[in-house]
Design a protein around this ligand. Structure first.
Ligand code: WTA
Length: 695
């Protein structure tokens, strides 16, 4: 409990002006996948859970299921029980009859001088089969095994994922920008004896030696007790060494060599149970250790296919480009599995959005005739700042645009709509999480008006709720912020945290569970760890995380994870990490450390902190600032008051600090961070007002 007096979260009223509605064009509505409001009658609470048959029926099943939802062991829900299918078959093989000569994937290298590469569905089929043959026959992998994939954005990444899915191997893709250390820890947690790498990639014009991470990952995994037998390496350019890191004989193998011996081999897709784990995706939570969110095959694939079809309006004739990295959940659900299941043409871009200039995305859109676009508020802010009029110079035409990952300010939304979408494209602001598999709150693009800054009404078959800290439901239009929950299960929800069922229950269900003995799903609402407000019109506005997670450029970083990294620096005695507002990235970490007695070189210590965070986690965790302070503010029981540090970093009111064990330190830190003179206090965004309240 905090010893500092402050209002309850649920009592914080949220003040902002209501935004105007924007309506989809008649042209969009006329062609939309979801244009008939009768769908609302099919997805009412009375029709739950059978309503989700409609999504499952978009797939090809080898054996049809007998039970849509099994609630016998809550909250470990089972979907489409008794059914069997193969995810790779659904994303590749089934399209060959009609679409084999259509582009499945188009790879756009970062350098504009390098031509794009296209794979048709037939070519994708051949390549996936060859890789599956390598995994099965050379590596001896089979259904139920786990493999860690640490690769940049190249064609071979989705090819490798689909090859795993073909065999029922559970893949765990680690974002390419994470360090070798981070990949090694995740490989160890998942028990992956095989790791798959890319040798190198281009980012911001620089060639990055990615193979170097493999050696670190294997070493870290070994320290955790896991032997990685094989490292398979995809070369960015066949036959060329772009990486300077030597191959380790007997452990490292070039995929191009292995594939040569299985040219045109066919591997029958393995029909797996609907509940068979398709993949793991590690994400940050409120402890130092990232957790492996495990997703099932049937429910997940049904959910991402249904939502990509209805909310992103994807069809085989569309060219769809999502700028996210496949190494995040967005890339899994809405670059690989959803769009390929719908036989779309999917663009993969290797590099950063503004390379070599802010016109690049719009040139790609023009050249490839992209008509459905998907990106994050951070990318939109960045492109807007760097080239506010660039989109107008290019002749592309988007019918639809998605935004995801962070709250989008109405100002930024309007630029996205007016300039990027040329006032014509419809926008969906989709709220969801790694854990949820797919979109949970979004407008139905042809049916609901858009409201800048609000994600919108719940997705079909999803019944959200906003609770105060005591589990009391906040009514719509109350103007009060509370904790967002989902009252019912849905097919895209994760199955569990790998190796930690207990944490799964504690983290997502304990808070609002009404009766731990009940097998009625109504007693088990899902706790999302996000703050939200529900307007009178039924639209949800998402405020941000209520736990120890910082949303940096739409990516989740645990403050505890960063703190653990800081504490490995020998000079550091204590560390606290708090979110600070950043104009482009939304939030960034600010690090406060105190040093061990006798350590005097402050500059060296802060440089070590930055370098260590980058090595242990990755460059995305680079702090906005590091403050070396004499002591951290603490309660009398010795708890570090991160909330006060967040208030200082963001020039917000620190509240009453007189009950702290060391109240005088607050003013000292404030001066150090904000300067000597008086500072104009900011009201601060809602998530920061709530930051640290769980402490
Ligand atoms: C945030 C990304 C506001 C939220 C798909 C959530 C959003 C976290 C939105 C999940 C949105 C996601 N508006 N905030 N449209 N979408 N978030 O697991 O705080 O990387 O809990 O999944 O991102 O991040 P994750």
């Amino acid at each position: 409990m905090s010893t500092v007096v402050r209002p309850e979260a649920s009592e914080i009223a949220v003040h902002w002006k209501e935004e105007e509605y924007f309506h989809p064009s008649a042209r969009f509505i006329g062609q939309a996948n979801l244009a008939d409001p009768a769908i609302l009658d099919r997805f009412t609470e009375e029709r739950f859970p059978e309503c989700f048959r409609e999504y499952a029926d978009l797939l090809v099943w080898d054996r049809y299921w007998h039970t849509t939802l099994d609630t016998s062991t809550p909250p470990f829900w089972k979907w489409f029980v008794g059914g069997t299918l193969n995810a790779c078959y659904n994303c590749v093989d089934r399209h060959l009859a009609k679409h084999k000569n259509k582009a499945a994937l188009i790879f756009v290298p970062e350098a504009e001088t390098e031509p794009a590469q296209t794979l048709t569905y037939q070519e994708l089929y051949i390549r996936v089969n060859e890789v599956a043959a390598v995994l099965r026959d050379f590596c001896g992998l089979k259904a139920g095994d786990r493999v860690t994939i640490h690769m940049p954005m190249i064609l071979e990444l989705p090819i490798t994922m689909l090859a795993c899915a073909r065999l029922g191997i559970t893949h765990s893709v680690v974002f390419g920008g994470f360090s070798g250390e981070a990949a090694g820890l995740r490989a160890a947690d998942s028990g992956s004896r095989v790791m798959i790498y890319g040798d190198a990639y281009y980012r911001n014009g620089k060639l990055i030696d990615h193979k170097a991470s493999a050696d670190i990952a294997v070493q870290i995994a070994a320290a955790e007790g896991l032997t990685v037998d094989k490292v398979l390496v995809w070369r960015r350019r066949d036959g060329q060494d772009l990486s300077n890191t030597p191959m380790v004989p007997g452990r490292d193998f070039y995929m191009e060599d292995l594939v040569k011996s299985v040219r045109r081999h066919k591997v029958a897709p393995v029909s797996v149970d609907a509940e068979h784990p398709l993949f793991l995706m590690y994400t940050s939570g409120s402890t130092g250790k990232p957790k492996g969110c495990q997703h099932r095959t049937g429910g997940y694939l049904a959910y991402v296919t249904g939502t990509a079809k209805y909310y992103q309006d994807i069809r085989p004739e569309d060219v769809y480009w999502c700028m996210a990295d496949i190494g995040w959940i967005t890339g899994h659900s809405y670059i690989v599995y959803g769009p390929l299941s719908l036989a779309a043409t999917v663009v993969l871009y290797e590099g950063v959005p503004n390379y070599p200039d802010a016109g690049r995305p719009w040139r790609i859109a023009e050249q490839l005739d992209v008509n459905i676009f998907h990106t994050s508020p951070t990318a939109i802010r960045m492109l807007r700042k760097a080239g506010p009029n660039e989109p107008l110079k290019y002749h592309y035409r988007f019918k639809h645009m998605t935004t995801v990952g962070e709250p989008i300010e109405p100002e930024t939304w309007r630029w996205y709509h007016d300039v990027v979408g040329k006032g014509e494209a419809v926008i969906v602001d989709t709220w969801w999480q790694t854990e949820t598999g797919g979109f949970l709150i979004t407008t139905k693009p042809a049916l609901d008006p858009m409201k800048p800054g609000s994600a919108g009404p719940p997705a079909l078959g999803i019944f959200p709720v906003i609770y105060d800290e005591n589990g009391k439901e906040l009514q719509k239009g109350s103007g009060r912020a509370g904790n967002l929950g989902i009252r019912n299960p849905w097919p895209g929800i994760m199955q569990t945290i790998l190796n930690d069922d207990e944490r799964f229950v504690r983290q997502y269900y304990s808070k609002y569970c009404r009766d731990p003995k009940s097998t009625n799903w109504r007693d088990w609402p899902y706790f999302a760890a996000d703050g939200a407000v529900l307007a009178a019109d039924g639209y949800y506005r998402i405020l941000g995380r209520v736990d120890d997670v910082i949303n940096v450029a739409g990516h989740r970083l645990g403050t505890k994870e960063i703190e653990s990294a800081c504490l490995t620096v020998p000079a550091v005695a204590e560390a606290a990490v708090v979110p600070v507002v950043d104009e482009i990235k939304g939030r960034m970490p600010a690090i406060y450390v105190s040093l061990k007695p006798g350590v005097t070189d402050v500059k060296q210590a802060s440089e070590q902190v930055v370098a260590t965070v980058e090595t242990i986690i990755g460059k995305i965790a680079r702090p906005k600032s590091v403050h070396v302070v004499p002591d951290l503010p603490k309660t009398r029981s010795g708890k570090i008051m991160r909330r006060i540090l967040a208030a200082i970093s963001n020039r917000m009111d620190t509240g009453d600090v007189t009950t702290l064990a060391n109240p005088e330190i607050v003013e000292q830190i404030r001066k150090q961070v904000q300067g000597e003179g008086p500072v104009e206090l900011q009201e601060g965004p809602e998530d920061l007002k709530r930051f640290g309240e769980q402490e």
